[in-house]
Design a protein around this ligand. Structure first.
Ligand SMILES: [Zn+2]
Length: 224
């Protein structure tokens, strides 16, 4: 039995054409003039910072922090979540990346970066996808159920709709991810012996201001 032939590659769509134009700009203006910088990265990476951020297209950590390739090790997912340390069967993508960052790369800092107008946090608040089947919203519903623990006090204070409730949920999500990070033995040990620092952050494209969490007061403080 022979496999059916693969379809011919389609001509670039307008979307891909735009990306390829950007790639050519990058080659011409960023990559080629700085080949020495990239040569140092050819064999290995040694970023000192891990960033856990949302997949939202408006919050690219490399753009927000204006860093070069090689500087930050990034995991992005819906709502910038870190699940708790779990040993149940499954495909633990965030946990694998975290393990690699802490145990192999030995990053010194982990930043959880929440953001404004987060669709994942909003859906956690409204529970609009609850009961959906996998592939029809169920994967999202299951994933953002991680936020349920943080949701209850937010709903008690602000209800389930409106920007005040949404922002509180977005920021509570950062705090929950920090708590879950600390449930990983290697993270807790690193924090205890001073080799690893955890940090919560929040960025909204609407005002372009980065806030950092003061864990003592619970306040997100704008960066000057
Ligand atoms: Zn988001």
């Amino acid at each position: 039995m022979t496999s059916p032939p693969l379809p011919a590659s389609p001509a670039p769509s307008p979307q891909l054409a735009r990306l390829l134009a950007g790639y050519r700009r990058f080659r011409a203006t960023a990559w080629t003039p700085r080949r020495d910088r990239w040569a140092a990265l050819r064999e290995a990476q040694s970023p000192e910072v891990m960033v856990i951020a949302c997949s939202d297209s408006r919050v690219d950590p490399a753009q927000v922090f204006d860093v070069d390739p090689g500087e930050i090790f990034v995991v992005r997912n819906v709502a910038a979540m870190v699940p708790p340390f779990e040993t149940t069967p499954g495909h633990h993508g965030v946990s694998a990346a975290l393990e690699f960052a802490v145990q192999v790369l030995k990053v010194r800092e982990i930043i959880v970066l929440g953001h404004g107008m987060c669709g994942g946090c909003k859906a956690a608040l409204t529970r609009e996808l609850y009961g959906s089947k996998p592939g029809e919203g169920g994967f999202i519903a299951d994933w953002i159920a991680l936020l349920d623990e943080a949701r209850a006090p937010v709903v008690a204070q602000y209800g389930t709709t409106g920007r005040a409730a949404e922002r509180a949920m977005e920021q509570a999500g950062v705090c929950l991810s920090l708590k879950n990070l600390r449930s990983f033995p290697c993270v807790a040990a690193g924090e205890a012996n001073g080799t690893l620092t955890l940090r919560g952050g929040f960025f909204a494209i609407s005002d372009g201001v980065l806030h950092l969490l003061d864990e003592t007061s619970g306040a997100f403080v704008p960066v000057g």
